[in-house]
Design a protein around this ligand. Structure first.
Ligand SMILES: [Zn+2]
Length: 191
């Protein structure tokens, strides 16, 4: 019986290695450009109607406080973030531009807080305020995930679902998801 489970484990491990090699090769070499969701950056247009000076001022205050070591509360963070219709930010969970943090509206409260904290990290980087890790996507993701772990899970699940639905070539769903995992999550796991 013990040998049976060793065999199951061995085959699972082999299957995982084969699958990861396949998606890793595909994520680099397979052309998915025609199958990608077109990313909409309309919120980064300087004239974007919701770019809000009050939100900008609130964000600047949070950045200044963070420079003195003060982590914003969830309420403060959401007060500084601009929640926008998904149509205005298609293909993204959030973005930092126009001195504002934008978050898509079709996420739950936990997901929104996670995304706002991720974009806050970019706003900090832009103002040369250092966090515990060096700047970049994985650092922003790690700090946001530590603050809002359920939001991290919700956002990843929601993004995967949107991506799965949007991809006509389902191979590209796996290749693109792996590509995102490598940029946003894998480096954070390694510290
Ligand atoms: Zn980011």
């Amino acid at each position: 019986m013990k040998r049976f489970w060793i065999c199951v484990f061995g085959f699972s491990l082999l299957a995982a290695v084969v699958f990861i090699s396949y998606v890793d090769y595909g994520s680099v070499h397979y052309d998915c450009s025609a199958d990608r969701i077109a990313v909409c950056h309309i919120v980064c247009d300087p004239d974007y109607r919701l770019a809000d000076p009050k939100k900008t001022a609130a964000l600047e205050a949070l950045i200044e406080r963070k420079a003195r070591g003060d982590e914003p509360t969830r309420e403060e963070l959401m007060n500084a973030a601009v929640v926008v219709p998904y149509a205005d930010i298609t293909g993204l969970n959030g973005v930092y531009c126009n001195d504002n943090i934008f978050v898509r509206d079709n996420l739950g409260d936990e997901g929104k807080a996670f995304v706002a904290r991720h974009e806050f990290a970019h706003a900090l980087g832009d103002s040369n305020v250092r966090e515990t890790c060096s700047y970049g996507e994985s650092c922003a993701t790690m700090n946001a995930a530590l603050a809002y772990p359920m939001g991290f899970v919700e956002t990843v699940a929601s993004s995967l679902w949107f991506s799965f639905e949007a991809h006509k070539d389902k191979q590209c769903f796996f290749f693109d998801s792996w590509g995102i995992f490598k940029v946003y999550i894998l480096p954070a796991l390694g510290g």
